[in-house]
Design a binder for this molecule. Structure first.
Ligand code: KIV
Length: 274
């Protein structure tokens, strides 16, 4: 029996919202058309995350990601999706000045990629902006706890919401839900806090390093694929070892080329007519 939203066509932000208390929300990031096609078969929601700056473009953080990069990758992902709800991250610097700047840039993302929603980072201080977008027809997914765009202010990619700080993260999540967010990502917070927020919030929580009690889970697809051999976040279960297998494939190819044992004849052409 499928636990996916009962919808024939495209899964909408409203369908995701309706999964609260009904079924877990399956979510992955994607940045390219072929990977979007893979994710589309199983995911309720596909996020074009600004993590693409680090995993695809080799940037040291997500701070260098531009609106143009998000739109370009959003367009690529859109070509691979037929059913999953597509959400595009608003990059650093594209929404923090205030609701009007956020609307202008979110509207570009929606119009130029065909996304069904945007995601923005930040809690209480972003609630007004989230409400502004929602009131003007742009569904918003929130993101609280560890917000990577604030890495410099947070002093690193540290666990958030420990001890007395838990109430702050809860307030952040509540403020976004009250502002009309259809779901809220909880990143890198204690398991108990993830469970507490998920119990209280009226919209689905999507966890990443926030424990199994969240209403859904999201992973960076390159982590799920095991693409990076030298970087392994503690909470990430790898479902494949593409990094290791890719390295072995490249080595096998290089060895065959060097030994002049590259397979024939499929890889060459004869000038004799067939
Ligand atoms: O950018 C991203 O991939 C994200 C997820 C990790 C939630 O924001």
């Amino acid at each position: 029996m499928s636990a996916q939203p009962k919808t024939k066509g495209r899964i909408t932000p409203q369908d995701i919202r309706a999964l609260k208390g009904a079924a877990p929300v399956v979510c992955l990031t994607a940045y390219t058309t072929p990977v979007a096609k893979l994710a589309d078969a199983e995911c309720d929601l596909v996020l074009v995350g600004d993590s693409l700056g680090m995993v695809l473009h080799g940037l040291p953080s997500t701070l260098g990601v531009t609106l143009e990069m998000m739109i370009l990758h959003g367009q690529a992902v859109a070509r691979g999706l037929t059913r999953a709800c597509m959400v595009v991250d608003m990059p650093f610097g594209s929404y923090e000045e205030g609701p009007r700047q956020a609307f202008r840039n979110a509207a570009r993302i929606m119009a130029e990629t065909g996304a069904q929603a945007v995601k923005l980072e930040g809690g209480l201080h972003m609630a007004e902006t989230a409400a502004f977008l929602v009131a003007r027809g742009i569904p918003v997914m929130g993101h609280v706890g560890l917000t990577p765009q604030a890495v410099n202010a947070l002093g690193g990619y540290k666990l958030q919401g420990r001890g007395a700080d838990a109430d702050r993260v809860l307030r952040d999540a509540e403020a976004l839900a009250e502002a009309g967010a259809f779901a809220v990502v909880l990143e890198k917070i204690p398991t108990e806090l993830g469970a507490r927020i998920s119990k209280i919030l009226p919209v689905p929580t999507i966890g990443i390093g926030a424990g199994a009690a969240c209403d859904g889970q999201v992973l960076v697809i390159d982590d799920l694929f095991g693409l990076f051999e030298d970087f392994r976040p503690k909470f990430v279960k790898r479902y494949a070892e593409f990094g290791r297998d890719g390295r072995a494939a490249v080595a096998a190819y290089a060895a065959e080329v060097r030994a002049r044992s590259f397979p024939a004849p499929e890889h060459g052409f004869s000038d004799k007519a067939p």
